[in-house]
Design a protein around this ligand. Structure first.
Ligand code: 5GP
Ligand code: ZN
Length: 139
């Protein structure tokens, strides 16, 4: 547990939250500053700042909760869709340095928008990038 981490303190029961789901490894609760009705967070109980620091088993445990939680959040809010987001690093929008997934219900005209400024690329560039990634995966 990181003493200065708000999500560690929530996981330890020191700071209250509005709980949705809990087991030994993870906890889901309502976001205190929701982007939409039903905005829910799923956290690992153990402190990891970034997803790539997590042991695969613990990440897989979080991943196993995603379909049921996504369905429940979307259906409970009568939403038409849902964004599942997981930010890593300040540059990505991460404000709380403890791994968490956002579940954000979406309805038409909700004003949240969607930014996906796709760029053009070419096969040579994509191959180089894939090589670099594969090298680090060791495959
Ligand atoms: P991030 O920007 O790190 O991906 O998202 C952090 C989220 O945690 C934000 O949506 C913010 O509203 C939420 N949050 C921050 N502090 C608390 C808290 O004390 N309780 C709850 N329930 N949510 C929090
Ligand atoms: Zn923490």
């Amino acid at each position: 547990m990181a003493d200065d981490c708000i999500f560690c303190r929530i996981a330890a029961g020191e700071v209250p939250c509005t709980r949705v789901y809990e087991d030994d490894t993870c906890l889901a609760f309502m976001d205190i500053g929701p982007l939409a009705d039903g905005h829910t967070l799923l956290i690992s109980k153990k402190h990891y700042e970034f997803i790539h620091e997590m042991p695969a088993d613990e990440a897989a445990h979080l991943g196993r909760q995603i379909p049921a939680l996504a369905r429940a959040v979307q259906e409970a809010m009568g939403a038409d869709g849902l964004n599942v987001l997981q930010n890593n690093g300040h540059v990505s929008g991460q404000a709380v340095g403890h791994v968490h997934f956002h579940f954000i219900p979406r309805v038409p005209g909700d004003g949240l928008g969607y930014r996906w400024p796709a760029r053009e690329s070419d096969t040579e560039t994509l191959k180089k990038q894939a090589d670099a990634i594969r090298q680090r995966l060791g495959t």
